[in-house]
Design a protein around this ligand. Sequence first.
Ligand code: ZN
Length: 199
Amino acid sequence: MKIWMDRERSRAICPSCERKTEVVFQRREVTLSAPPVTAEDVLVAVCVECEGIAMIPHQSTPKLREAIQKPKETLNVRVPGHLEDVLYLLVDRVAHGWKNGKAPVLKYLLHEFGDNPEYARRVREHLDDDLAQGPADQDVSVRVPTYILVAVDQMAEMVGIANRSEVVRGVLASAKEDVLEERDPEFASSIQRAIAAVA
Ligand SMILES: [Zn+2]
């Protein structure tokens, strides 16, 4: 694996010049659009002709990822009481009743929803379950990385779910089947592994 050093020179395809140009590795501020984050001092290959970023080397990925995962916001939704109970039962099942377990369990489900279109469509179908109905009278409030919420909003729009509250209803209704009724043992064990890693 090649590790580039600051001020080292090479050649790369520059997307602005649309051809191979000389590049020099420099640390720059990198701004991403979705999620909207800025990372300082990221090593990039700068095109010497247009001064644009021609490419971002592999070694800069962890630093960018850290910047993406850092900003968090509070997700506030209201769900029917019986779905809040489902969330507590999930914590019991996959996190041995850990008292801080609600946030990581919900975060895992939301991450999966934002990341996996097949799962997201299944969640959409579960919104028709009886279990997903009922007055939203319980507050659920968790800190979630912004990048997860950005992905959740995009996926919700793609599969036709109106808002984050509906997404939370859907992931809980489907987790009741997948995890509590053990319909999807693989899914259950991957939540368990993810929770064990943060507990
Ligand atoms: Zn260029």
